[in-house]
Design a protein around this ligand. Structure first.
Ligand SMILES: *[C@@H]1O[C@H](CO)[C@@H](O)[C@H](O)[C@H]1NC(C)=O
Ligand SMILES: *[C@@H]1O[C@H](CO)[C@@H](O)[C@H](O)[C@H]1NC(C)=O
Ligand SMILES: *[C@@H]1O[C@H](CO)[C@@H](O)[C@H](O)[C@H]1NC(C)=O
Ligand SMILES: *[C@@H]1O[C@H](CO)[C@@H](O)[C@H](O)[C@H]1NC(C)=O
Ligand SMILES: CC(=O)N[C@H]1CO[C@H](CO)[C@@H](O)[C@@H]1O
Length: 510
């Protein structure tokens, strides 16, 4: 171990001198202690049991600087809290830092070694990434942007109907979830679509996503880091196995139906499932590869963009000034006869800033899925050994006071001159100018960045166009608490959506 010892929190550093077995014992003892702080945001707690690992990572960043190491059970991790270092490792040295740790719950139990997300950096991963990209590149996304556009309007229309002209209190979460779900259903399965939040597939798909978020975590599951725990049927592992079975049953079932239709000579709309089925032999894919690839899309694409919409709806009632400024801009540029479109984005800098600021303040992944190294690497005089997990501490990066003055305040105007798209921003030469780190970085950056960005733009700009969004008296919205370990969404909340003018109803009546 060679990162400077003084940069490591000392009680973690101590593990270096112990054998693996002793480490396990120590960790179990520590975890009993940490269990006490499970529900508290106590930064001094051990990071893989507390519910808020970003708080611990930031606490240590303040003390040990932008790069430090720590052991989680038997795993050496380095924590990077600086955009320049993140770029050096993830991007410039992507050939070394693009693999994954073998996570027991995520990889072995739920995805059983398939799927793009948990796979090590090898040719099989490249193949899966290439196939995924064939559905997520600009040309493909252009071909189904009309669906993303339609679903965004459908979301606003459903909320308009449900809110009874602003008299009813509604929880918008399953509406946002259904919007993202429909987009992913179209990409993965073609013509499949849910028509209301009461469709059983909505509850099922949203449950899968939240269960996934609750079960997988880069740092919080002891069983990922303490091998002996993997030999016994822990609660987490049983839930993981159940989720795996359900994914195979539900998404595997839909794929089977499509195969039957295609086998009987019926035409089927172009979609990811069809591509996978058609290219099964050529690409050497088996049934489980196909099901897990689709499941990764469905999980990765639903409660992520939906999470941004939810954070927006949870937060914006507290900022009537921000709403008014955005709505003035919309009235000026778009008018009240139609809703904003993708083409309007470049003329609506304030609306775009709101989105960038939401993503900064409420990244759904404070710890984006970490990469691991595939060889020993020397960096600034330190040796980072092979198989080290490199964690990006995006919480600290998003709250750096030199980059974001008053970082704890919601101030969209800080982004008003940033005209980049998320993908453009991610590839800026100067990483300190990047808008946010929500999509990760380097060779494993979220492949769905383009779909996500269009979906988020169309929904949020149209919500701003249509409604004054207000808190319900006596029902404060909790912006600190969240659900999930790997990703985070707001806990349930209700708001009032009041149509901004009479034209809203007419424009909605499509
Ligand atoms: C994931 O699990 C499979 C076996 O289930 C294993 O072959 C693979 O190496 C694991 N992934 C990683 C990143 O180690
Ligand atoms: C890549 O890793 C996966 C998971 O460990 C493995 O199943 C596959 O055979 C590997 N592919 C290559 C080309 O090494
Ligand atoms: C995930 O955990 C939260 C508590 O943090 C809980 O409210 C929610 O029901 C869980 N979701 C699932 C699908 O288990
Ligand atoms: C944006 O640009 C204008 C004009 O150059 C400048 O006055 C303003 O301070 C800039 N705002 C921010 C937040 O950088
Ligand atoms: C990603 C990929 O290889 N797609 C191919 C699948 O097969 C069809 C023909 O059946 C090709 O057109 C695709 O390019």
């Amino acid at each position: 171990m060679s990162l400077p010892a003084e940069t490591a929190p000392n009680f973690v550093f101590i593990f270096n001198y112990l054998t693996r077995e002793l480490t396990c014992l120590l960790v179990i003892t520590l975890s009993l202690y940490a269990f006490h702080c499970f529900t508290r945001r106590d930064a001094r707690c051990f990071p893989f049991l507390v519910r808020y690992p970003e708080v611990s990572l930031d606490y240590w960043y303040q003390r040990y600087g932008p790069i430090y190491s720590m052991w989680l059970g038997n795993q050496l991790c380095i924590v990077v809290s600086d955009p320049g270092i993140a770029k050096d490792l993830y991007v410039t040295n992507g050939a070394v830092f693009s693999s994954r740790k073998d996570m027991f719950i995520k990889n072995r139990t739920i995805f059983i070694g398939r799927g793009i997300t948990p796979m090590p950096y090898n040719d099989t991963w490249r193949k899966h990434r290439r196939i995924a990209a064939s559905w997520l590149n600009v040309r493909s996304v252009d071909s189904y942007t009309h669906i993303i556009d339609y679903e965004a309007s459908a979301l606003v229309r459903d909320l308009y109907a449900a809110s009874s002209k602003g008299t009813a209190a509604i929880n918008p979460q399953s509406y946002a979830g259904r919007c993202s779900l429909n987009n992913m259903l179209a990409i993965c399965f073609g013509s499949l679509r849910t028509t209301s939040i009461d469709d059983p597939l909505v509850a099922q798909a949203l449950h899968f996503s939240r269960e996934w978020m609750n079960l997988t975590s880069p740092t919080s599951n002891l069983v990922d880091f303490i091998t002996p725990l993997q030999w016994i049927p822990t609660f987490t592992r049983c839930r993981g196995k159940k989720l795996h079975r359900e994914l195979v049953e539900v998404y595997g079932g839909i794929i089977k139906d499509i195969e039957v239709t295609m086998a009987s000579g019926g035409a089927y709309q172009d979609c990811l499932a069809k591509t996978l089925i058609e290219n099964r032999t050529k690409e050497e894919l088996d049934d489980m590869d196909i099901v897990m690839m689709i499941s990764a899309f469905m999980i990765g694409g639903v409660e992520t963009t939906a999470s941004i919409m939810q954070w927006f709806l949870a937060l914006i009632p507290a900022y009537p000034e921000v709403q008014r400024t955005a709505q003035d801009e919309l009235d000026r540029v778009v008018g009240r006869e139609r809703m904003p479109t993708l083409d309007d984005e470049k003329n609506l800098p304030y609306c775009r800033s709101i989105i960038k600021e939401i993503e900064r303040c409420h990244n759904p992944f404070w710890i984006v899925t970490p990469h691991s190294s595939t060889e020993d690497f020397s960096y600034r005089g330190w040796i980072i050994p092979k198989d080290t997990v490199v964690i990006l501490n995006t919480w600290s990066m998003h709250h750096d006071p030199s980059r974001f003055p008053c970082a704890h305040e919601f101030r969209p105007e800080r982004y008003v001159n940033d005209t980049t798209s998320s993908a453009e921003s991610a590839s800026l030469a100067n990483p300190y100018e990047r808008d946010n780190w929500m999509f990760g970085a380097g060779r494993r950056i979220c492949p769905g960045i383009l779909v996500a960005e269009r979906e988020i733009w169309l929904t949020i700009s149209r919500l701003l166009w249509a409604f004054n969004m207000a808190e319900i008296p006596g029902e404060p919205i909790d912006l600190n608490e969240y659900d999930g370990l790997s990703a985070r969404s707001p806990v349930p909340f209700r708001i009032k959506l009041e149509p901004r003018h009479e034209k809203v109803g007419q424009v909605m009546a499509f």
